[in-house]
Design a protein around this ligand. Sequence first.
Ligand SMILES: C[S@@+](CC[C@H](N)C(=O)[O-])C[C@H]1O[C@@H](n2cnc3c(N)ncnc32)[C@H](O)[C@@H]1O
Ligand SMILES: [Mg+2]
Length: 226
Amino acid sequence: MTTADQQTWTSVDKYFDTALIGPDPVIAEVERAGEKAGLPAISVSKAQGKLLYLLIRGARAQRILEVGTLGGHSAVWMARAIQPPGRIVTFELDPRHAEVARAAVDQAGVGDLVDIRVGPAAEGLAALADEQPEPFDFVFIDADKASNATYLDYAVRLGRPGTVIVVDNVVRDGRVLEGADEGSEGVRRLVDMLADRTDVEAVAVQTVGERGYDGFLLAVVSDSVA
Ligand SMILES: C[S@@+](CC[C@H](N)C(=O)[O-])C[C@H]1O[C@@H](n2cnc3c(N)ncnc32)[C@H](O)[C@@H]1O
Ligand SMILES: [Mg+2]
């Protein structure tokens, strides 16, 4: 058995990105702006951003919900996948991150499609639920991992049968097995909750790449949900 290392994973990402994504000045600018503002390098990779884009295109999703905006990297990918009157509502705790994201989505030409709500997402989601909005078609959960179960619960409530939910960073370099840190413990609580629920089907997929060894959880709201 050969065991590839981080350098190989990064080179393989580069190989596929060059062939299948190509130069993307808009995304390059979003990344540059985030770096310049000193944001942590914890956004989706280019390949993961395009995966979100393709999932949204494939599902013909129009109403998108995101938890955890950071500098707007994933939001730009997702906004580019939807057609008007589609829209993204995205929650961000840190006002400085939200400010960088606002500039990024405006500069990317998708600002009209992106509603950035600043504050703790759990409170924001409760307020959004009170607004009784049209159901969301696609949800990307990528914020404080300790609250994953809460966010998943809102995603189902704010969705409809067939709503696709992606939860990012569920493997955490394998730390999910121990659940010893807050994030891994949050992932395990989410998985325990999903194991008991019949209103949503889920699977987790491990990944490697320029962002290291991690993975995502994909869930779909069941047809039986009223
Ligand atoms: C991994 S980053 C998001 C990356 C982004 N989705 C991307 O891929 O471009 C997580 C973000 O969640 C935010 N966050 C952390 N706790 C939060 C909370 N309770 N409510 C809303 N956002 C939160 C952090 O400030 C950070 O910007
Ligand atoms: Mg992430």
